[in-house]
Design a protein around this ligand. Structure first.
Ligand SMILES: *Cc1c(COP(=O)(O)O)cnc(C)c1O
Length: 371
């Protein structure tokens, strides 16, 4: 049989049309949380108060779902702009979560030879977006105490001249809010070679500082810097709203690769409603910060456990045996994230989301019993 007749008689697998690198990838794993206390994904533990739930229901019921998203998305952009208060001359674009914005940035910067650079361990989407877009990713290890390795970062920027440097401020999964003076120098170096810097502020509601203050203090040094935020950790993880701020000319270009109707009218209306009640969410964030301090202190009392200082709504913890702790806690109905195989610096580390006082007590008891 010649190859030509084989082609005519044997059905070809449709899978053969899928990129080979995609076929050999692992899918992003969302852990099954049925019946478990969910402390693995940095979700805000607080629901909306019942009265606001009812009010939101009425608002969503009145939304014109027969129309494509229009004015309400512009209203949301204006409300977020007021909320974050970037300097004059900056504008804002929306993503279906920051995850979409990270993908769009890789798409927008995909010129021959472009690469993406970030400290590691860090947020997995930076590397994944590069890989999917066919860009090189350069991970620069943090120091042993999870600080930026300034010399290594500067050397890597000089060597690779990346299109984008991502700095998560604070970082996930370590919770570290990196030294501002070091960041200033990395921003200057990246600007000098004509690259972009994305400050990823997913955990801004829980952090002592925001880079937007540095931007406002010196806008002339931040023309190549973008500040990315999300409403996910704020308390709307299910709603999927991320936003990217930067110089209007730069945002105008990146916004061209965005699918025109990427934000659902229901998501936009829900986010608008949440911003109208920003005081409720601010009180929740304060509670989470207070709980973080209590949890950190309690973790410090456990023998063999090292907790790392965090400015996010999670705490990275090194334990004697991460696999044992993970499965022991799961057997006690508490789901956490075992990050120990993500990077050598995270050897035997697990990540705990900060919950309510009751949830944290249950999590601590499960951890203690699983050590
Ligand atoms: C959670 C997270 C995001 C993504 O959040 P979305 O839910 O996609 O908006 C972005 N960056 C970091 C560092 C995160 O931890």
């Amino acid at each position: 049989m010649t190859p030509a007749t084989a082609r005519n008689t044997e059905p070809l697998s449709p899978l053969a049309r899928i990129r080979h690198d995609v076929q050999s990838m692992h899918a992003y794993a969302v852990q099954d949380a049925a019946g478990l206390l969910k402390m693995d994904a940095m979700e805000n533990p607080h629901r909306l108060p019942a009265a606001l739930q009812a009010e939101l229901g009425l608002r969503l019921g009145a939304v014109a779902i027969n129309r494509y998203p229009g004015a309400c998305v512009d209203e949301l952009k204006a409300a977020l702009n007021d909320h974050a208060a970037p300097p004059p001359g900056w504008s804002l674009m929306l993503g279906n979560g920051s995850d979409e914005l990270i993908s769009l940035l890789a798409l927008a910067c995909d010129v021959p030879g472009a690469s993406i650079l970030a400290p590691v361990p860090g947020f997995v989407m930076y590397a994944l977006s590069a890989q999917l877009q066919g860009l090189a990713f350069h991970g620069v290890p943090l120091t042993a105490d999870f600080a930026l390795d300034e010399a290594a970062m500067l050397a890597a920027i000089a060597q690779h001249r990346p299109a984008i440097v991502y700095l998560a401020y604070p970082n996930n999964p370590t919770g570290t809010l990196w030294d501002a003076a070091v960041i200033e120098r990395l921003i200057a170096a990246q600007g000098a070679q004509g690259g972009l810097v994305v400050m990823d502020e997913a955990y801004q509601p829980f952090a002592a500082r925001s880079w937007i203050d540095n931007v406002r203090a010196a806008p002339d040094r931040h023309g190549h810097v973008l500040v990315m935020r999300t409403l996910s950790k704020f308390g709307l993880a299910g709603v999927r709203i991320g936003y990217l701020m930067g110089d209007a000319a730069l945002i105008g270009q990146i916004d061209k690769v965005r699918p025109p109707y990427n934000i659902s009218v229901l998501n936009a209306e829900c986010a608008l409603f949440a911003l109208e009640h920003a005081d409720v969410f601010a009180a929740q964030a304060l509670d989470i910060q207070a709980q973080r301090a209590l949890l950190f202190e309690a973790l410090g009392q456990l023998p063999g456990v090292t907790a790392y200082p965090s400015q996010g709504n999670m705490i990275l913890v090194r334990v004697p045996d991460a696999a044992r702790v993970f499965s022991g806690m799961k057997a006690r109905h508490v789901l956490i994230k075992n990050v120990s195989t993500m990077h050598p610096l995270l050897d035997n580390c697990v990540r705990l989301t900060v919950g309510t006082a009751e949830e944290n007590a249950q999590m601590l008891a499960a951890l203690q019993a699983s050590l």
